[in-house]
Ligand binder design. Structure first.
Ligand code: KG4
Length: 390
């Protein structure tokens, strides 16, 4: 099966092409890993939206429509290069063999989603006219894409369905935090979800309060690295509570009040950090005197501020990850899964990845780093999963 994936739900445009066979004699894990990437590309809009401190849907949609054709061509170029032994194979030869177009249709920013879906339909029309091949279009839920991406491990390891299911999954993205039970690949049950903000949203908003550029969560995490603190002043949401739901808005408010009461030279609530300060905060340790250059000296004028932001970032990250791990552990006790997994943008977080590994579940699927953000490979994987025997 040759499948094209299209993702345009938020601030990344992505196209991918996977090739493989659905073989119902194989387990789910083996079938998914049967598919190989012939081409894949992700174009991020972060730099464009950073100017505004958040995603502007209309600007995002325009970017998707400017990028999508060019990205499609790049992926076809990658695919033809990979198949170099079949000389003289044109892009059209490839499209003649295309079986499916999997495109994200929800959830996301509607103007962005429309670009992807219209592109899929136009492509279907074009391929049919040019080659006679009528390619089927399948709509894919973006969150299912994140979820399935954890199983795409690019290893030789074989795993039977009994070793994988039931699977308990922590999906942590910019807009969603969910605990999901998979009895089988297509039997999805949400057993916990956030009652207010998502973990990624909380990371981003706290990062912004500290003065980091958009998306604040990534800068906050890079500053905290894998260090842990013991913050008595910040609440762990839904602590001592039997529910498997999450809540991050209390933490966000506590961080706001805490930061508004701080009096440290040059530090201000949501006061934008200078470029050099951001760079300095991401170094494992601030430069010592002998390393000071003219440039670094410029941004080391306020060591108390730098130390304060570093420690606060560590505290905030610690509390967010604690809540995620507490609820994941609680879910594991409740459902006794054969395997666990994490996915979504926040699953790129180094401390979270470490803590999930330390839960000690034999089959733990940590989404490959390059698939944690939005991408079209995961959309194809979820599309393929929908075609497997239920
Ligand atoms: O999955 P994603 O790309 O978007 C959605 O589908 O919603 O997730 C983006 C989110 C942002 O909130 C971003 O700050 C967060 O993932 N993120 C991180 C890290 N990398 C990305 N949060 C914490 N630590 C990270 N290393």
């Amino acid at each position: 099966m040759l499948a094209l994936g299209i993702e345009s739900s938020c601030d990344e445009t992505s196209i991918a092409l996977l090739d493989g066979d659905i073989d119902s004699s194989l387990s789910f894990y083996d079938q998914i890993n049967n598919f190989k990437s012939l081409g894949s590309i992700v174009a991020s809009q972060i730099q464009i939206h950073a100017k505004y401190g958040g995603v502007i849907p209309e600007i995002g949609a325009r970017q998707h429509s400017e990028q999508i054709h060019w990205l499609f061509l790049q992926v076809l170029n990658q695919a033809t290069k990979q198949n170099a032994e079949q000389i003289n194979q044109t892009h059209l030869d490839f499209l003649k063999k295309l079986d499916y177009i999997f495109v994200t249709n929800q959830p996301g920013l509607i103007s962005g989603l429309r670009v992807g879906m219209e592109f899929a339909k136009t492509l279907q029309f074009f391929i049919h006219k040019k080659t006679g091949n009528f390619v089927e279009i399948d709509h894919v839920n973006h969150l299912n894409g994140h979820l399935i991406s954890c199983f795409y491990q690019n290893t030789e390891q074989k795993l039977s369905d009994n070793q994988v299911f039931p699977h308990l999954h922590l999906l942590v993205s910019g807009g969603n935090t969910r605990l999901i039970l998979l009895e089988s690949p297509n039997k999805i049950q949400i057993v916990g979800k956030t009652l207010d903000d998502a973990a990624g949203e909380c990371f981003d908003k706290c990062g912004r309060m500290l003065g980091f550029p958009y998306p604040g969560g990534i800068y906050l995490a890079k500053t905290a690295q894998i260090k842990e603190g013991n913050p008595a002043n910040l609440p762990i949401g839904m602590n001592n509570n039997k529910s498997l739901d999450f809540s991050f808005s209390g933490l966000k408010t506590a961080v706001r009040y805490y930061l508004q009461g701080i009096d440290i030279p040059d530090f201000g609530f949501e006061k934008a950090l200078k470029k050099g300060e951001v760079k300095q905060l991401q170094q494992s340790s601030p430069p010592c005197h002998s390393e000071w250059s003219e440039e670094s000296h410029n941004y080391t004028r306020h060591p108390a501020k730098i130390n304060f932001i570093k420690n606060t970032a560590i505290s905030i990250q610690t509390v967010i990850i604690k809540q995620l791990i507490n609820k994941f552990e609680q879910g594991i006790k409740t459902y006794n899964p054969k395997s666990i997994g994490i996915s979504g943008g926040v699953s790129a977080n180094a401390l979270l990845r470490q803590k999930v590994e330390q839960l000690g579940i034999k089959n733990t699927f940590i989404t490959p780093f390059e698939l944690t953000g939005d991408n079209a490979i995961m959309i194809i994987l979820a599309g393929i999963t929908g075609h497997l025997k239920k």
